[in-house]
Design a protein around this ligand. Structure first.
Ligand code: ADP
Length: 280
């Protein structure tokens, strides 16, 4: 589905944000990208749809060589990649429904979205998605009247309106409280699995990544230093990704409830990662 090889990004400032990145996603998995601040997570996600232009390498979505596309072809290809952002990127003055429908247009300006008449089947699909993300009845509410969690639900519905082949998700929960963060991750993962859509999720919270993803890729200084499942994430792996730290209370233990049910007791936790994620 997605093939990345030898991907490199050097910013005009000379910062080498990514080098020698290579991996494939050939199942509808939720892949968490973890790593310390500045490791290149956001650059990696954005190189895939060329919101950041890679310096060199290969990005292939099914049979499309993304880096060889001209602007028009890229616009079309981007519609196959739904993007969900930390800061939601909604048009604040438009309604929930208008924001969701704008997903049908890919990345065009909101004025075009605003004037566009949408076919009834799109409107029906948008209503169904609003219901699915827990926003039934909110279609006429303006985006700026919503809470953070509700905004991200709109962001998810908008991305899914495109019926994407791939979801690119950049720190979806970083602006949310821990309980809402878990709800949003759970929703995202359920929808990705239901639709068989692979998702790359850039997330700095290790416990959330472990609880909700099928696979974890660890980045350090622009390079992949780990690629495996939650169960493979050991203290040694976290030290490799993040550096020396007491990880003993961060690792998700066998038997932990991945969904953090009501009687989950947060384990004692020196670095706050589990406590945060389990607060819901
Ligand atoms: P992460 O998402 O893991 O925090 P980023 O991808 O944001 O990491 O950043 C990776 C590296 O690239 C950092 O050193 C960062 O300072 C640098 N960087 C990110 N964006 C830019 C930019 N627009 N111009 C120059 N350097 C950048």
């Amino acid at each position: 589905m997605l093939t990345i090889s030898n991907l490199e990004k050097v910013y005009p400032t000379g910062t080498k944000a990514l080098s020698g990145i290579g991996f494939t996603v050939d199942a509808p998995q939720v892949v968490a990208i973890i790593g310390p601040s500045g490791a290149g997570k956001s650059t990696l996600i954005r190189c895939i749809n060329r919101l950041v232009e890679p310096t060199r390498g290969l990005v292939k979505l099914h049979d499309t060589d993304i880096l060889s596309l001209n602007r028009r072809e890229l616009r079309r290809a981007r519609r196959r990649m739904g993007m969900i952002f930390q800061e939601y990127n909604l048009v604040e003055r438009l309604t929930v429904m208008e924001n969701v429908l704008s997903g049908r247009l890919g990345y065009v300006s909101f004025w075009k979205a605003y004037r566009r008449k949408f076919p009834p089947e799109d409107v029906r699909a948008a209503f169904a998605l609003l219901e699915r993300v827990g926003l039934a009845g909110y279609q006429d509410t303006r985006a700026d009247a919503l809470s953070g969690g509700q905004r991200q639900r709109v962001g998810i519905a908008r991305a899914l309106m495109q019926k994407p082949d791939l979801l690119l998700v950049d720190e979806p929960t970083a602006s949310l409280d821990p309980k809402t963060a878990r709800e949003i991750m759970r929703l995202l993962v359920e929808l990705a699995h239901d639709r068989g859509t692979p998702a790359l999720v850039n997330i700095h919270d290790v416990a959330l990544a472990q609880a909700f993803s099928d696979r974890i890729i660890g980045l350090r200084q622009g390079a992949i230093v780990f690629d495996g499942t939650s169960g493979d994430v050991t203290e040694a792996v976290l030290t490799e990704i993040y550096g020396e730290e007491d990880w003993s209370t961060t690792i998700r233990r066998e038997g932990n409830d991945a969904d953090g049910g009501p009687d989950t007791k947060p384990p004692e936790d020196k670095n706050g990662l589990i406590r945060e994620a389990a607060a819901g």
